[in-house]
Write a protein that binds this ligand. Structure first.
Ligand SMILES: Cc1cc2nc3c(=O)[nH]c(=O)nc-3n(C[C@H](O)[C@H](O)[C@H](O)COP(=O)(O)OP(=O)(O)OC[C@H]3O[C@@H](n4cnc5c(N)ncnc54)[C@H](O)[C@@H]3O)c2cc1C
Length: 527
């Protein structure tokens, strides 16, 4: 039926100037025909009926395209993590059900951009957990909400698992837990797979298996042409590597084939500490991160949390020890933290799903949010300097309504950064020569738009001071974790010149007309 609509529209096609569309003029990665059903002429004629890209998609996909004030559209917006992303209002939301839907839509949008220059921009959205506006949503454009691409399929031999990009990690883990399996992924139940994996990904399992992206055996990707390809060690290996950290710059990932491994319940949870013993804790962190015998089962997120009303700080440590079958309770590797007086503890043996649900409680949706990040050599002195910078820069905004302000330190030791080399490589630009590193994440939450500029200014000041102290202490590192970066940071250039050049080469090869650079403006672009 839809096909006949297109064919009849093609019969009455008006000439569209500026288009040089020969259906057979193809290159391997820039075909001007869609491999399933539609020719360029058909799509071109559809668009030339003075339709917009949204209405053209509606003709092809019917109710999979939704508009403001409809249940699907409103539910899509309401499910972004931050208010800033929720406030962005696309002209329509396209909700594909299959990779073929994604493929045809990209084809239509690609042709559409030539008919209506600047009017067919789109955004790619999986779990919608990027804090800043426009990363996975778009004003006056089309948001491709992949929410129905959320299957989890374990291979018969139980060594791999296929994950649809819009899975929230809770859905992945609950299915794998039930089978005594797991995979590398996010640590908070509600976060999406698509953004986390293509941006790198830090997992409880990272000391065992590296960054999450290092565990992707194959990506299934829709390219700018609409072509669906695999990217893995033997097929399009340059694209495989590019997608390991290169975010949304190459195509829309419709499936991740991930390494799976046996995993049972393990010990971990939160402990609360006071800042009275801050110096001891930061030294414990440095020793933990820098140990030549880093325990690969040990994962730590050390967070300093401000109470803006009183101006006092407290500490919450997420400590997880992923050894299972049997689980190990209170392992010695955490002793320098667990032996300190605790204000609370949720330490227990439980499933991975349970652990990620616990972390989700402290990260609810529906607030104004800011992430900003830095990476530094492992140094208690630097961590103290960042804490001091965090404390001084927040003073001018302590009266911001609803303010929450916390600093999280996460070990990024060589046991993590060395894994890429044996797993096919990634684009992040980190390796053993960087030494043991610390990833720093500032999380700020507040209520009102009116305070956006002030909060951002304080965050910038914090990282400027952190950079200055890192320089003094000789612990600078250019890497910025893309998934924690603020929109005013430039994580991709921190991957280093060689990686940036490889990413640009992959973009030129797989997306020669730059659809994912220009027509998908959100997120972090290659420059
Ligand atoms: C509460 C919370 C907890 C977090 N915990 C962790 C953690 O434990 N470990 C960690 O490493 N990070 C963590 N993060 C950071 C997280 O990795 C990023 O926010 C990530 O972008 C989330 O992915 P998403 O699919 O939900 O995001 P989205 O906002 O949907 O997407 C993020 C970016 O990726 C692009 N993208 C999404 N899907 C695709 C796709 N299929 N193909 C191509 N491009 C795509 C989007 O266009 C967008 O630019 C956390 C974030 C939050 C808010």
């Amino acid at each position: 039926m839809l096909r006949s609509v297109l064919v009849s529209l093609a019969a009455t096609a008006a000439t569209v100037t500026g288009l040089a569309l020969d259906p057979r003029a193809t290159t391997p990665y820039d075909s001007t025909w869609h491999p399933s059903t539609y020719t360029v002429a058909q799509v071109q004629s559809l668009l030339s009926q003075k339709l917009t890209c949204c209405t053209a998609l509606s003709v092809v996909f019917g109710s999979k395209v939704s508009y403001p004030n409809s249940t699907t559209y409103d539910a899509s917006l309401a499910s972004y993590w931050s208010i800033q992303e929720e406030e962005v209002t696309p002209t329509c939301v396209f909700t594909p059900s299959t990779k073929e839907d994604v493929s045809l839509a990209v084809f239509v949008l690609n042709v559409g951009a030539k008919v209506f220059p600047g009017k067919c921009n789109f955004a790619i959205r999986s779990g919608g957990h990027t804090p800043f506006a426009g990363a996975a949503n778009i004003e006056e454009g089309i948001t491709v909400d992949l929410k129905n691409l959320n299957t989890v399929i374990v291979s018969a031999d139980r060594t791999t698992v296929n994950i649809g990009p819009a899975n929230r990690w809770q859905n992945v883990y609950s299915q794998l837990d039930a089978q005594g399996l797991s995979t590398s992924g996010g640590r908070v139940a509600t976060v999406g797979a698509g953004g986390l994996i293509t941006g790198g990904g830090i997992s409880f399992f990272s000391p065992r298996y590296g960054f999450v992206c290092d565990n992707v055996l194959s990506f299934e990707v829709v390219l700018a042409s609409g072509q669906i390809v695999s990217a893995n060690a033997t097929s399009n290996p340059d694209l495989w590597r590019a997608l390991r950290g290169g975010s949304n710059n190459f195509g829309i990932v419709t499936n991740f084939k991930m390494r799976a491994f046996a995993q049972g319940e393990f010990w971990g949870g939160y402990i609360g500490l006071t800042v009275d013993s801050l110096q001891t804790q930061l030294q414990a962190f440095e020793d933990f991160t820098g140990s030549p015998n880093y325990d690969p089962y040990a994962s730590l997120i050390y967070s300093l949390v401000l109470d803006p009303a009183s101006g006092t700080w407290s500490v919450a440590c997420s400590i997880e020890y992923t050894k299972s079958n049997p689980a190990v309770v209170n392992p010695p590797y955490f002793q320098n933290f667990t032996s300190l007086p605790q204000t609370f503890s949720t330490l227990r043996v439980s499933s991975l799903t349970d652990k990620t649900v616990e972390l989700a409680y402290s990260n609810p949706i529906g607030f104004r949010q800011l992430f900003a990040t830095g990476t530094y050599g492992n140094s208690a002195k630097q961590m103290r300097a960042i804490y001091q910078a965090g404390n001084s820069t927040v003073q001018s905004i302590r009266n911001v309504p609803g303010l929450q302000w916390s600093l999280s330190y996460q070990p990024e030791p060589t046991i993590i950064t060395s894994k890429a080399a044996t797993n096919g490589g990634n684009s992040l630009g980190l390796d053993i020569s960087d030494g043991n590193l610390v990833n720093v994440l500032l999380t700020a939450t507040w209520n009102n738009t009116a305070d956006d500029a002030r909060v951002n200014a304080a965050a910038k000041a914090l990282f400027s001071q952190a950079g200055a102290s890192a320089k003094k202490l000789g612990v600078t590192n250019p890497y910025l974790y893309l998934n924690y970066a603020a929109p005013w940071q430039d994580p991709i250039s921190g991957y280093g010149a060689a990686n940036v050049a490889a990413l640009k080469a992959a973009s030129a090869k797989y997306d020669p007309s730059g659809v994912f650079q220009k027509q998908v403006p959100g997120g972090f672009k290659l420059k």
